[in-house]
Design a protein around this ligand. Structure first.
Ligand code: XLS
Ligand code: NI
Ligand code: NI
Length: 436
């Protein structure tokens, strides 16, 4: 190993205090007929782990990685080598990247594509040798100054065309590498002020762009799942894919719903004023839950801090939705998470992923047990029992109307409500988490 010196991380069980060992992630464990490893398809995010350097708006990078002694294409190759070493060390089966994470931009789009081709070729070989798969790729249409007014929603048609060329190439990459999914995250697809914005044209153009992507994927035989990753703001003030409900309405309105699912990110949910489990539930009940970006925000901060997920309530309730969804299909659990600026040692990358994987393993165990015992299902069934008989049944079967319901209400039957028992339910949840 050239970049990481640790031996592959192994499972040492719940009493281990070794930061470089799993205490809960044990892929072969089975609960309620489900195998942990099948539900926990972990993925490493290339951008946070191999290209980020800890810089923030106030200060330069704090991280000196082993591969940073190179530059240009040599750096891209060194990162690739480091990436596959880390995947092997962690035992993670998937990864994700933006086109510009893996290869540098050249002076022209042609040169940029040539750089990309060379790295993608090497990547393909590494994937074959290691068995590691591409969960998804995407196009970075937010960093370069050309995207200052947006990408597919730019006021400048030349930018729209450039983006089309970029996503065309990204879909060819996806096809070549057998990506399971292709993601659209619209960091610059939104607006800053209505005073200079044609909101209708921008949204129509975004839909046109996505239809072109769907058509081209079909043309080249790319059969991965298309995903939209909602986020309410940052970098743009008003982003068009605000949250799960907004993204689904957009897909519905423009006839794209059959071609897309959602990639939901925990920190984006909280920025939208939702819990992560809310976003997952909204998508799940509409058959639109595709994949997740696993991270967490800081409740005291109003931006996308992309921390590694360690909050067990969230991992448990997220896994609860994922298990009820019968897994994520082609999707997975991508650690769109970065180590803190002060966690600048290379081994922190390993410890952080181990912490995230273990937190999701704990969540999986607690959720699988909750579902096996039908804890909340029984409570919910009882709570809505009035809709399974009598007048409630007539309502859900479409046999009631305002007149029949008025007659029922006028009959004078007293309304009796019972407690929602929320505090007791929370303590039950605690018991399940504590007993993993
Ligand atoms: C940024 C997004 C981004 C997407 C991929 O907030 O989470 O990282 O996951 O473009
Ligand atoms: Ni993300
Ligand atoms: Ni994010």
């Amino acid at each position: 190993m050239a970049y990481f010196s640790r031996t592959p991380i192994s499972y040492e069980g719940r009493d281990s205090r070794n930061p470089y060992a799993f205490k809960h992630y044990n892929p072969n464990e089975v609960i309620g007929g489900r195998r942990m490893g099948d539900d926990l398809k972990f993925s490493v995010a290339y951008w946070h782990t191999f290209t980020a350097n800890g810089s923030d708006p106030f200060g330069v990078g704090t991280m000196q990685r082993g591969w940073d002694r190179f530059s240009g294409m040599d750096l891209a190759k060194a990162r690739l080598e480091a990436a596959f070493e880390l995947f092997a060390t962690l035992g993670v089966g998937y990864f994700c990247f933006h086109d510009r994470d893996i290869a540098p931009e050249g002076d022209t789009l042609k040169e940029t594509n040539r750089n990309l081709d060379e790295i993608v070729g090497l990547m393909e070989k590494n994937m074959k040798d290691s068995g590691v798969k591409l969960l998804w790729n995407t196009a970075n249409m937010f960093t370069h100054p050309r995207f200052v007014h947006g990408a597919a929603t730019s006021c400048n048609a030349d930018v729209f065309a450039y983006c089309a060329a970029q996503v065309k190439k990204a879909l060819e990459t996806a096809k070549q590498l057998g990506a399971q999914n292709y993601v659209f995250w619209g960091g610059r697809e939104g607006y800053e002020t209505l005073l200079n914005t044609d909101l209708k044209l921008e949204q129509d153009n975004l839909a046109r762009f996505m239809h072109m992507a769907v058509d081209y994927a079909r043309e080249i035989g790319f059969d991965g799942q298309f995903l939209i990753e909602p986020k309410p703001k940052e970098p743009t003030k008003h982003q068009y894919d605000f949250d799960a409900a907004t993204a689904m309405a957009f897909l519905q309105q423009y006839g794209l719903k059959d071609h897309f699912k959602l990639n939901l990110e925990a920190n984006h949910a909280t920025l939208a004023g939702h819990t992560f489990e809310h976003e997952l539930r909204v998508a799940r009940v509409s058959g639109m839950l595709g994949s997740i970006d696993a991270n967490q925000g800081d409740p005291l901060l109003g931006w996308d801090t992309d921390e590694f997920p360690t909050d067990l309530y969230t991992t448990t309730l997220a896994m609860y939705e994922i298990i009820l969804n019968d897994g994520l299909g082609k999707g997975g659990i991508n650690f769109d998470a970065k180590v803190r600026r002060a966690s600048f040692e290379q081994d922190d990358l390993i410890a952080a992923h181990v912490a995230g994987m273990d937190s999701f393993a704990i969540g999986w165990k607690a959720a699988a047990k909750l579902i096996e015992d039908q804890v909340f299902e029984n409570v919910i069934a009882e709570r809505y029992r009035s809709f399974t008989e009598g007048i409630g049944r007539e309502i859900v079967e479409g046999k009631a109307d305002f007149k029949s319901l008025e007659a029922y209400a006028l009959s004078g039957k007293p309304i009796v409500n019972v407690s929602g028992k929320q505090e007791w339910l929370r303590s039950l949840l605690n018991q399940y988490i504590l007993s993993v």
